[in-house]
Design a protein around this ligand. Sequence first.
Ligand code: NAG
Ligand code: NAG
Ligand code: NAG
Ligand code: NAG
Ligand code: NAG
Ligand code: NAG
Ligand code: NAG
Length: 699
Amino acid sequence: MLASLSFLVLLVCHFHGLSHAAVPAAAGGGDGQFIYNGFAGAGLDLDGMAVVDPDGKLMLTNVTSQLKGHAFHPAPLRFHDKAPAPVSTQNRTARSFSTTFVFAIAAEYVTVSGNGLAFFVAPSKNLSAASPSQFLGLFNNKNNGNASNHIFAVELDTILNPEFRDINSNHVGVDVNGLVSVAAKPAGYYADDDTGVFKNLSLYSGDAMQVWVDYDGRATLLNVTLAPAEAAKPRKPLISVAVDLSAVVNDTAYVGLSSSTGPFRTRHYVLGWSFALDGAAPMLDYAKLPRMPRRAVAKRRSRALDVALPVAVPLLALAAVACVSLLAWRRFRYAELREDWEVEFGPHRFAYKDLFRATGGFDDGEHLLGVGGFGRVYKGVLPESGTEVAVKVVSHSHDARQGMRQFVSEVASIGRLRHRNIVQLLGYCRRRGELLLVYDYMPNGSLDRWLHGGRGAPPLSWERRLRAIRGVAAGLLYLHEDWEQVVIHRDVKASNVLLDAEMNARLGDFGLARLYERGAGAQTTHVVGTMGYLAPELARTRRVTPATDVFAFGAFVLEVVCGRRPIERGGGGGDDDDGRLVLLVDRVLELCHAGALADAADARLRGEYPAEEAALVLKLGLLCSHPVPGERPSMRQVVQYLDGDAPLPSPPRSYQSFTALAMMQNEGFDLYAASYPSSSATGTSVGAVSSVLTPKEGD
Ligand SMILES: *[C@@H]1O[C@H](CO)[C@@H](O)[C@H](O)[C@H]1NC(C)=O
Ligand SMILES: *[C@@H]1O[C@H](CO)[C@@H](O)[C@H](O)[C@H]1NC(C)=O
Ligand SMILES: *[C@@H]1O[C@H](CO)[C@@H](O)[C@H](O)[C@H]1NC(C)=O
Ligand SMILES: *[C@@H]1O[C@H](CO)[C@@H](O)[C@H](O)[C@H]1NC(C)=O
Ligand SMILES: *[C@@H]1O[C@H](CO)[C@@H](O)[C@H](O)[C@H]1NC(C)=O
Ligand SMILES: *[C@@H]1O[C@H](CO)[C@@H](O)[C@H](O)[C@H]1NC(C)=O
Ligand SMILES: *[C@@H]1O[C@H](CO)[C@@H](O)[C@H](O)[C@H]1NC(C)=O
């Protein structure tokens, strides 16, 4: 999991036309100039989590997740010259300014941090509407990118957010009115020697670093420079970008520092800060800056210890006995399995004890969210951070141990995936025969429940269905093409699509099928998935590919539009319910051939949907369900078709003369109706038919 720490410099300007005299000189004196060597008694305006600790460190975030914190220099600053603007010229040059600050990001886990810290200029001190997490406490999903924000920021970002086109998980960016940076560079600096070699810095290493932001108003040029704390300012800036802030910052504006946390517990510190208009920011006095706590405290035996030791020893012995008994009991109760190879995955590792407490001891009463094919899912609230999570307990046989290592390394990499349409995997824990996976909690449960919730449940509107389809398509595209490696979901289906608080569809549970495939050992490779979503070629090749995900997506699309499961018995409850298996794709194909495609849509929609749109989506579902993998579109094409950016090709002729069911059976699918209950996180056991493929003779 990546943490994003952004130092945003937000320049927000006021238009109230305060005179020069109205802007008080800050500590250090001079017009529009201030210097804080430590923040004790500085009188900053703080909100959210921000506090100044007794040492004088400004702590923008404490270890609470999903919150934000801001610190403002209390007085507004004049970012435009006083000369009255002629009515004809709305834009006057913004004044030059310069600022520097020393910061440190102390993540609880070194490779994972909260979302960001930013230095900013903003028109007001009221950022209550801004969101935490990836919005860095500066913007929200409604106003991000809107020129009416009048916010300028320099971000130090430690999380890769694909939606903001972040370049990596450790970068510096220049942001104008939104989080899609106008310029960004990996964190580091250019050495001042002849080589001019670039040196990387890790923003969330816990080490103090200094940032300089210099804006030349006349040349409309902005420089951002980064260096380890107490090093000289490198001559070559990290970022030098032409940007005109004259229309961005208001006449008078506030400067501040902002930070926010996501799911990870991180402290964002600022140790010193200075600022000047029309000149270089005053040098910070490093000797006066508060210190970061040393991470590895040198062991020095003190005098006091020499005295205390004789007394302490017997007491310690007694305490030790008590501890040992307590530990033995706890060990039994909270026993986990840890092996050497897991060390590198440390950040994703949760303590069993924490999960045990979070879920009320895996309480099957109020904490149980559902029972699925791969295990039970519990709702929990993590102690300390208060984050709501879903904990999935997957039992596995000891045979699965081989696969476990591979799987855990995947967990670690999957944990770094970040997308609006993906359920965030926060980490894992292992016990004997048990794997626990910790996910973000999705308050609205699975789409499966909304689609097949039974009588009485209100049907899902067409708009919601289309949005879910689009969301899942975007999530899959990210997994297949936009992430640093190709991730195949392997088990796309309605019960693995969860709805967050805003009813955004998010894909969950990826990779789990793999654990079971591998676990069975080389001789008897199984393909695990859910019948109806499994591509026919899997029976032959047993190789999952992006195209097998596309097939499952096709089945999912048809399921969502038609409100029927991909595979049903007989007439699906109709008169001709004879126990035969009917594939939804065959049913839709039939209607398509009969020219009545739109009739396939869910009757519960009562025709309240645009027929053309429904037909397009159904055709897309058919295209994705094509039995020949090469004929299926890629997820990128799927997204283009859905967005209307490319015309949907008509289904190829070869598609017209088969039934999918016959095809599956030809391919050797053994429709052994072992009824895996669906792995829905909501507890609705839907009895989806799963298949396990056994290799054919001579394979
Ligand atoms: C900032 O400036 C813009 C345009 O000049 C103006 O519309 C807006 O009201 C100003 N904001 C504040 C808070 O003064
Ligand atoms: C962090 O700050 C928030 C908001 O001020 C507060 O509610 C919470 O108790 C703080 N947590 C810790 C661990 O200090
Ligand atoms: C005002 O801004 C516009 C667009 O940024 C620019 O074309 C114009 O020259 C500017 N006017 C002045 C007086 O700077
Ligand atoms: C801050 O802005 C929000 C809306 O953005 C508003 O509801 C709130 O009253 C404002 N607070 C203050 C103190 O002005
Ligand atoms: C930008 O924000 C303004 C004021 O909040 C709003 O009226 C306008 O519609 C927004 N523009 C866009 C493109 O969202
Ligand atoms: C610096 O970071 C970049 C990007 O993360 C990486 O490609 C490069 O190898 C790193 N260089 C050094 C010297 O660590
Ligand atoms: C920004 O950097 C460029 C290139 O190093 C330099 O020429 C320019 O003077 C710098 N400007 C400021 C405002 O520091």
